[in-house]
Write a protein of this length. Structure first.
Length: 427
């Protein structure tokens, strides 16, 4: 076996060819079976500064100035391979509040909520996937709205929303004021009724702007929707922990909220009375109709890349920035804080959030079924509560209607799953 050891090989009037390796010339490098190009300067993420021909690498089927394609999956030029998805819980895995509710707002799947009403009634729920194309791509859950009382063509509204924290968008790399910079939304969706539906990306800071897109669905068929959205000079996104934008999917909006003059695939100032074009009423007038969504992704660039599957633990932790809860468990100790008496009827102590700091100072909701305060020789269950201080990492809780001695200490216990402390910092 022979080999060449050299610090420098310079062609003298012709190309240098090494058998089994390739050709080296002043115009480029051709490595046999690996790269084919007359000129290639850059890296394999597609950040090419000088590129001609069609370079290919083993497993990487093409590299261009805009995309890197690996075994058929396209990745955007300059975009990250992880932390691409600006949507939290897009696979609908986490549902801290429960799996089913007939109420509007945040009730089931974390970070998403259904806002519906004005004659329309139904159930929002986290559902399980057992087959189908989304299942084959790794999805095991979806978010469903099912109609129990049909709505009206005028006043009914039904929208699926996730608010996106402004600083996550501002630092994402999307140049949101430039028409030459794109962001791409993709999701799987299924309706029991065939018709055209709408979605929108709505900015929240400054004068709200609205970008509407449409998608047509066949009945009972999972469909992958993708839409690339350019920036716009009127879009404002602040670098703070407020809401920078909303991604909205519309199962239905009545004519009180829609108008035939609304443009599709274009930015326009947002108006609550002209959010989307007028919709067909087939879905909203059908009792038992369903609308299912999973695999929601929003990412910088003009390419809808494969969904960024994150572990349940990772997704859960992201959700806890916006919502956390403490609840009891029957037959198990559920101690949540130690408190000290500062009067004979009041005890005071901190409750630390179990999963880290929250986005902002949260609102607190206490559901008292059998919450009990234990202290020397006593156990009081008819309690009062007063939240004396709210912080990013804890609250200070005043437990009232107890009977002890100043200086005594005790602990608060949640005895059943109906005993709940909720902390919400949702957008």
């Amino acid at each position: 076996m022979s080999k060449i050891v050299a610090d420098n090989i310079s062609p003298r009037g012709s190309d240098v060819t090494i058998a089994g390796v390739g050709t080296f010339s002043s115009s480029g490098v051709n490595l046999t079976g690996v790269v084919t190009a007359t000129s290639f300067v850059g890296d394999v993420t597609g950040n090419a500064t000088g590129l001609s021909g069609s370079p290919t690498l083993s497993g990487i089927t093409s590299v261009s100035t805009t995309n890197l394609t690996v075994n058929g999956n396209a990745y955007p030029n300059g975009g990250p391979l992880s932390n691409r998805n600006l949507i939290i819980n897009g696979a609908m895995q986490v549902a801290q509040r429960g799996t089913s509710s007939t109420s509007s707002d945040f009730r089931t799947v974390d970070r998403f909520y259904y806002n519906f009403g004005n004659t329309l009634a139904g159930t929002q729920s986290q559902q399980t996937l057992s087959s189908g194309t989304p299942y084959n791509e790794g999805f095991r859950n979806f978010y469903r709205f099912a109609i129990s009382t049909p709505g009206s063509a005028t006043s009914t509204y039904c929208q699926l929303i996730q608010g996106i924290e402004a600083q996550n968008l501002a630092t994402s790399g999307w140049q949101y004021t430039s028409a030459d910079s794109d962001i791409t939304v993709s999701f799987w969706v299924r309706s029991s009724v065939a018709q055209t539906f709408y979605g929108a990306l709505k900015s929240s800071d400054g004068t709200a702007q609205n970008y509407v897109f449409s998608f047509a669905l066949s009945a009972d068929t999972w469909t992958k929707v993708t839409k690339t959205i350019p920036g716009n000079t009127n879009v404002q996104i602040d670098n703070d922990n407020g809401q920078g934008a909303q991604l909205i999917i519309y199962p239905f909006m009545g004519t009180n909220y829609s108008d035939s003059s609304v443009n599709v695939d274009a930015w326009q100032a947002y108006s609550g009375s002209t959010r989307i074009p007028d919709m067909a009423t087939d879905w909203v007038l059908t009792n038992g109709a369903t609308f299912d969504v999973t695999g929601v992704q929003l990412e910088v660039g003009s390419v809808a890349t494969p969904f960024e599957h994150r572990s349940y633990g990772d997704e859960f932790q992201r959700c806890c920035r916006y919502y956390q809860r403490l609840e009891g468990r029957s037959g198990q100790d559920g101690d949540i804080c130690i408190s000290a008496f500062y009067t004979t009827t009041n005890a005071y102590g901190p409750i630390y959030f179990p999963n880290g700091n929250m986005r902002t100072y949260p609102t607190v909701n206490i559901i008292d079924n059998a919450i009990t305060f234990y202290y020397p020789g006593n156990a009081d269950a008819s309690l009062g509560f007063f939240v004396g201080g709210i912080h990013l990492e804890r609250i200070a809780l005043n437990v009232q209607n107890v009977s002890g001695s100043a200086g005594d200490s005790g602990f608060l216990r949640l005895l059943t799953s109906a005993d709940v402390f909720e902390f919400s910092a949702e957008l």
